[in-house]
Design a protein around this ligand. Structure first.
Ligand SMILES: [Zn+2]
Length: 377
């Protein structure tokens, strides 16, 4: 065990831990001092060591040590190897030595970890005891960082957005995104995996699939609304290489991945959208932080809106609040805690109904509109 840890440079950091717990290898470990948070919605940030090679489709269990010696165990719920070699691994978190929360409880629904392994690097998101953490790789320092997210401090999404349908997504990274030093390939795949987890939780037979990631020599200046208009226009001299690439890759939706507007998590070009306006912008820092941002923005394209207001989107396609938080379409201002579920009057969480048939049934809306969206290309 010590040898395998030493290979990945962990010997010094976890030496004492390894001695105490000879039987268990640690996948994620930090006992480092927290660094200064780089954004308002990050409360703390720790350098972490990751034993990336522990994560395979066959991994049943992962040990995690968070700051303060909190020891967690992630038990595999599912693992999938995609055609491009990306592994997505979903697990249920519990305290080491204790049973995880029982199925059907809110804790069971929230205490989850999603890990994406691509090109040998790990990107991930986990929720534990009302806290959200985001694991990401930084290419500049060749190291991993774990951010603790302050749900209430997250930027808002811009106001203006029974067979499995697949919506193919082309991600277009702006110059700012490419220069961010983040692992874009990992973040993009995590954004898709966390989005798909919400559809699975709500038993919506819909999934996002990555059609491709391309980088453009474009820097956002005036705000995402202008960027999305430029993205749509095929011959204005801005990002004109994107529409033909979208056709070639048969991408139903285009996601502009950006790092230029820290005050916003995302924006949809239109609600509802047609094939020409099926474009959204996403702040890469809002992936993996419990906003399920790609799914949220793409659902705007389907016609979903935030909290119920008459004549905003489809009458029945709004987000919904229960006492423990809001569904995926709720706005950050009204629901700092976003649950990985869609509004659905037929679903209950700890005896609370999660929707309203007249105003808040995103599940119905997505089921009705998914084929339109999946048929844009
Ligand atoms: Zn929104």
């Amino acid at each position: 065990m010590r040898i395998s840890l030493a290979v990945i440079g962990l010997l010094t950091a976890v030496g004492s831990y390894a001695t105490e717990h000879q039987a268990d290898q640690v996948f994620l470990h930090t006992d480092a001092v927290a660094k200064t948070a780089p954004a308002a919605w990050i409360t703390q940030q720790w350098p972490v060591e990751i034993a990336a090679r522990q994560l395979t489709t066959n991994t049943d269990k992962l040990n995690l040590t968070l700051s303060g010696g909190v020891r967690l165990v992630a038990q595999k719920l599912s693992a999938r190897l995609l055609e491009d070699g990306t592994l997505t691994w979903h697990g249920l978190l519990g305290e080491a030595g204790k049973e995880p929360a029982a199925a059907g409880t809110l804790d069971n629904a929230l205490h989850r970890i999603i890990l994406v392994s691509t090109n040998g690097r790990i990107t991930g998101t986990l929720r534990w005891q009302h806290r959200t953490y985001r694991l990401h790789y930084l290419s500049k320092s060749d190291s991993y960082m774990l951010d603790e997210v302050n749900d209430a401090g997250l930027p808002s999404e811009d106001e203006h957005g029974q067979e499995n349908a697949v919506i193919r997504v082309l991600v277009v990274a702006t110059k700012t995104a490419s220069e961010s030093g983040e692992d874009l390939q990992g973040l993009v795949r995590l954004g898709i995996a966390e989005s798909n987890s919400t559809f699975e939780n709500s038993e919506i037979k819909l999934s996002l699939e990555l059609a491709g990631v391309m980088e453009v020599d474009y820097t956002s200046i005036g705000g995402w609304q202008i960027d999305l208009i430029r993205l749509q226009d095929k011959s204005d001299g801005y990002m004109d290489e994107v529409p033909p690439e979208r056709d070639r890759l048969k991408a139903d939706v285009v996601v502009l991945l950006d790092d230029a507007h820290p005050d916003f998590c995302g924006r949809a070009r239109a609600t509802p959208a047609d094939e020409d306006t099926a474009l959204v912008a996403v702040n890469l820092r809002c992936i993996g932080v419990s906003r399920y941002i790609m799914a949220h923005e793409i659902a705007h394209l389907a016609g979903s809106a935030h909290e119920y207001r008459p004549k905003s989107g489809y009458e029945y396609g709004h987000g919904y609040h229960i006492k423990s938080g809001g569904t995926v379409m709720t706005s950050i201002e009204d629901a700092p805690v976003r649950l990985p579920f869609w509004s659905d009057p037929k679903r209950f969480m700890e005896w609370e109904r999660m929707g309203d048939p007249a105003t808040a049934d995103n599940r119905r809306l997505l089921e009705e509109r998914k084929w339109v969206m999946a048929g844009f290309r």
